[in-house]
Design a protein. Structure first.
Length: 282
């Protein structure tokens, strides 16, 4: 039987898990895995359920669960697990994050399809096409940014892209472009974000959903480097490391954090709370 992934985000209340389980039993489904979280600050409940059912089409399942979702006042989505998300990768000249994504994609460790890689420089064309992926060169200048972003949007639509991944893309996306794809653009930042000043830094960190220290993967918003944090990781350095060695260690953690964030998106494990914090199921 096909395996499906159900996600639901709704106001917290009693009986949500029971309602979903009962509805799935009504479809002759068998639950394989379940993850749930109740956020007290926003009174929001998040649930992700993997299940097998004798129904091929996930849209049919979503339709048959629509009454349950409506009664819970939530947003329910269902996707067949073997229907992979599609990612457009944006890159400039640094290739370490791109190489990691391409390798994991080719090895089957990254559950996404990559129909196209786009760069504002031509240097990485041979590398990308050598992995059997299409490459598009879209130059960007201050004067041509609107035209370049229009071309990017056209590529997103043309290739049915679910998520745009900034693999060290050294261009700032416009507010308009970010607004078209809310919670669908993932960036890797080469440091721990955010930095907190003033009173109650731990409270500020909680409000921003801080995970760890090191490289940071986050959703892109109109506020530069201020989007909801998806994942972070640490890297140890000491007085013995030269700046070049620190850069090398930083690149390693950037690769890991970005790939983990893209994987979490592809597997429907990210839930966005109050446009600032994320729930990321393991």
């Amino acid at each position: 039987m096909p395996i499906h992934v159900l996600t639901l985000q709704c106001p917290d209340r009693k009986g949500i898990v029971a309602a979903i389980s009962t509805a799935l039993v009504g479809l002759d489904a068998n639950i394989l895995q379940n993850a749930e979280f109740s956020d007290a600050a926003t009174s929001t409940f998040c649930i992700r359920t993997r299940f097998e059912a004798p129904i091929e089409n996930s849209a049919e399942i979503a339709d048959r669960l629509a009454v349950t979702a409506s009664a819970l006042g939530g947003e329910l989505r269902v996707r067949r697990e073997d229907e992979r998300r599609r990612a457009l990768i944006l890159v400039s000249k640094f290739d370490h994050c791109l190489l990691d994504l391409l390798y994991r994609h080719r090895s089957g460790d990254l559950p996404i399809d990559i129909p196209v890689v786009v760069s504002n420089h031509p240097e990485l064309r041979e590398l990308v096409e050598g992995h059997g992926v299409a490459f598009a060169h879209v130059p960007v200048t201050k004067d041509t940014k609107p035209e370049a972003e229009a071309e990017l949007s056209a590529l997103v639509e043309q290739h049915g892209v679910d998520v745009v991944v900034l693999a060290r893309y050294m261009q700032v996306l416009s507010d308009d472009f970010c607004g078209r794809y809310p919670a669908r653009i993932i960036n890797i930042h080469h440091s721990f974000l955010p930095g907190f000043k003033g009173a109650k830094p731990y409270h500020q960190a909680w409000e921003r959903g801080v995970k760890l220290t090191g490289a940071t993967a986050h959703f892109v918003t109109a506020d530069l480097d201020e989007g909801p944090i998806i994942g972070q990781d640490v890297v140890a350095v000491s007085h013995r490391h030269t700046p070049e060695q620190m850069v090398a260690r930083g690149r390693d953690v950037e690769r890991r954090v970005l790939s983990a964030a893209v994987t979490a998106f592809a597997e429907d494990r990210i839930f966005l709370l109050d446009n600032a914090r994320t729930v990321v199921f393991e």
